[in-house]
Design a protein around this ligand. Sequence first.
Ligand code: AHG
Ligand code: MN
Ligand code: MN
Length: 320
Amino acid sequence: MQSLNETLSRRGIDGDLHALIQTLAQCAGEISTLVRGGALSGVLGATESENVQGETQKKLDVIANDLIKNALAAQPLVKGLASEEEDDVVPANAEGRFLVSFDPLDGSSNIDINSLVGTIFSVLPAPTGAVDESAFLQPGANQVAACYMLYGPATVMALTTGDGTLMFTLDPNSGEFLLVEERVRIPEDTAEFAINMSNQRFWQPAMQSYIADCLKGKEGQRGKNFNMRWIAAMVGDVHRVLSRGGLFTYPQDTKNPAKPFKLRLMYEANPMSFLVEQAGGVASTGYERIMAIQPDGIHQRVAVILGSKNEVNTCLGYHG
Ligand code: AHG
Ligand code: MN
Ligand code: MN
């Protein structure tokens, strides 16, 4: 089996980007070891601090953030970074070619119950000039690479550099990511959806109707029975979609009128949309392609509907 390193060389990936991806993979290897140790690694439980989004930080949110931040700051190719756990953009190396946005630990609420968590990265080209927030405010279509690492029964990495989506598995013996699938394809049709049903009464009418029709099953207008899955970590749900298809959504809701959307554009929605589109899927807010959005802040949130092409398009049909 080919290692990540061999795969990137064979594909002729730009040397700088190659080196950066290796750094990201190395960070994930270290986080994976901590996750696997659980209580023995001292990574469970919460801190007393809150991040800029007003969420209590878990110990592992902070540990993973610091680990990645230090690794990227030491990487001359990185001009700046933006993280879910950093209030502001962090400048790195003035000569760097890339900007990296990341969610150091996705699915933090799962860590203490020994369930799925992961890390998400988005790589953008660095514009000339100073690194401030405006440098990061580029549409997702500008991304030069995106990946997630899922710390599950196996640690896996899904990666795209704009030429398909590749899947790797971390070999616990060598500590290297090995290529297991070169061209991931999301089946176009599915009978499986993922949504936090507890928010049902807060959704917009379009999502209410779409899910209601799925729930009517064979007897309803969809004419088939649907299955439901919800991991509460976007990495886990998107990994299932890449593995066997499905529709994943975190739609707009009115639960907290000050916060109509849950998922963050720069380090959740955009990189996942890139991976999904490169595997033949669709990623939309309901009204526009996620990767076409012109961002207005590094912590901006958006509605997300992604997955199997025909099913997402059916859902978009309800949005008019
Ligand atoms: P994070 O742990 O990085 O804050 O992200 C969690 C996100 C996302 O991964 C998941 O789909 C969603 O929050 C789950 O939220 P709820 O359980 O509140 O619905
Ligand atoms: Mn997250
Ligand atoms: Mn997170």
